[in-house]
Design a protein around this ligand. Sequence first.
Ligand code: PMP
Length: 397
Amino acid sequence: MGSKTLHDFLVKNLEELKAQGVYRKLPVVTGPTGPKCIINGKEVINLSSNNYLGFANDPRLIEAAIKATEKYGAGAGAVRTIVGTLDIHEELEEKLAKFKKTEGVIVFQSGFNCNMGTVSALMTKEDAILSDELNHASIIDGCRLSGAKILRYKHNDMDDLRKTLKEAYESGQYKKFMIVTDGVFSMDGDIARLPEIVEIAEEFDAFVYVDDAHASGVLGKNGSGSVSHFGLYGRVDVQVGTLSKAIGVVGGYVAGSKELIDWLKHRGRPFLFSTAMTPGAAAAALKAIEILSESSELVDRLWDNAKYFKEKLSALGFDLGKSETPITPVIIGDEAKAMQFSDELFKEGLFAQGIAYPTVPRGKARVRNIVTAAHTKDMLDEAVAIYEKVGKRMGII
Ligand code: PMP
């Protein structure tokens, strides 16, 4: 029967989730997660995946994954430090380093692992971390794991960052300072104020860590990230990227100096203690980076689609918040209304996820859309028509 104490704990907490209205069943996708997909048996326009460039369903990546799987097998068989480093892992790291214009890159099995493993390998309990209050959970977990003092600053608020860092610096209590921020914030689609962050860091001898999960393949030259977008080469010490969003596969990476990469190969715990990414995933990601390095066509299409969709939703009177990227929130405010709005969109043939407290602040509930390069203008027109119909029916516009 197992432990009664554990059982009681689980039942009590699950009941609490149900009482708060946040208990959820997972939507199940049958087939590819493309611009249209079948969710819970219904075909809908998909505005909720991170597959920004359509790479997850790109025949060139699929072919690369199949060939590598045939050549190397289904799995890497070991952690990178034992016998799991394949030549394609190293080739991927070399191509990424060229793409990012850094001395080196180290690949992890996921973006989450990357942040957890990297922050905890760089910071100690003698240090202080300045962290944007809206940073991703994997950064927060990495910060906690490091044992460093965590000083949260108000979202993208440069006065608050400077004031907090100055106080910490002048206290003389800490050895190193790190400023960490998402490059693009996933719930609002706004961009970190990296040029100012870099200047503040330089003033107080801090170093800068940017998590480009939602900027990889989206911002900068050929989608190479926020450092390229702002022209800050050489001034951001740690750049994290994912291979699981715009790159369409799975995995994460850190780009930076050769010493940084070397250190993470010795102290990045998920790199040392978790099996290497599969050969198929490494080969598919490598193909995506090759395609991106050669052409900005997909990135251009992504931005063109995003602009098109956002202009049409704005013209209808929807509130798109602070979005500056293809992440397009439609702010509803009331929690229950946002969830109902998302349900009604689904009934009409559109999947756009409702997001409420605690993921976003109370009273800021929303439906979040992610436009991709793979959507056709017809699909986006259809999506806008559904928004108009449901928005009017529910009195939102
Ligand atoms: N950082 C940010 C900002 C993210 O949005 C995410 C994904 N939700 C991650 C890291 C984790 O990336 P992955 O899905 O590759 O683990």
